[in-house]
Write a protein that binds this ligand. Structure first.
Ligand SMILES: [Zn+2]
Length: 212
């Protein structure tokens, strides 16, 4: 018994929206529904889970554009990100115009803070605040199986960009050093874009992390 994950790649920015569910109860969280709501809904039907909530790592368009639509469709709450991303969530319609991604503003039911717990079915995820890519970015950790969903903090072979509004490169490196690299090498993670990886692989080979 434990966690299951299915990934739906959404938007022209190829974002990894994930459906994370509790094997015991088949209750699921949709993490970062960034667009293409119909694809997400199809995937939910295919895996046969019951949507319990939406979780957001941060407020960028490719992660949050369909959050309000999906929350209305399943009548569920939106939890996260940290409150510092509020301006991004309010400006989603404007962000979306740049990328051709239709979006409604998002008003989370619950802002998340560092150290919070989030429940999905019988699972409990730990919330870590990892600012830098955006000021309110959070990641979700499931300790029993050493699985992390990290949004745009770290990727296979790369790290989140910090040239966007409110990005801060030094702060991102500090977040990675203190919240990500403190995990054991055998932790696996799903990033917001591209393939999955492990902490050990990135510690050894990610060029952005050398010297941290
Ligand atoms: Zn982002």
């Amino acid at each position: 018994m434990g966690i299951k994950l299915a990934v739906v790649t959404v938007t022209p920015l190829q974002q990894n929206c994930s459906i994370l569910w509790c094997e015991e109860t088949l209750q699921a969280a949709i993490i970062d529904p960034g667009g293409d709501a119909h694809l997400i809904e199809q995937a939910v039907d295919q895996v046969g889970v019951s949507v319990e909530k939406i979780l957001l790592t941060h407020g960028h368009i490719d992660h949050a554009a369909a959050a309000t639509q999906i929350s209305q469709r399943y009548e569920v709450d939106i939890e996260g990100p940290e409150k510092a991303d509020e301006s991004f969530l309010q400006s989603l319609p404007e962000q979306g115009k740049k990328w051709g991604i239709p979006a409604l503003p998002v008003n989370p039911t619950r802002w998340l803070s560092h150290g919070d717990k989030v429940n999905v079915g019988n699972l409990e995820l730990d919330v870590k605040h990892c600012p830098g890519h955006t000021p309110g970015h959070v990641v979700f950790l499931y300790h029993p199986q050493k699985i992390a969903v990290v949004g745009d903090v770290i990727f296979q072979g790369s790290i989140g960009r910090t040239d966007l509004p409110l990005g801060d490169h030094d702060q991102l490196l500090t977040s990675i050093r203190d919240q990500i690299l403190t995990l054991d090498d055998d932790w696996g993670f799903l990033p917001g874009h591209g393939p999955t990886s492990t902490i050990g692989q990135e510690r050894n080979s990610n060029p952005f992390l050398q010297g941290l």
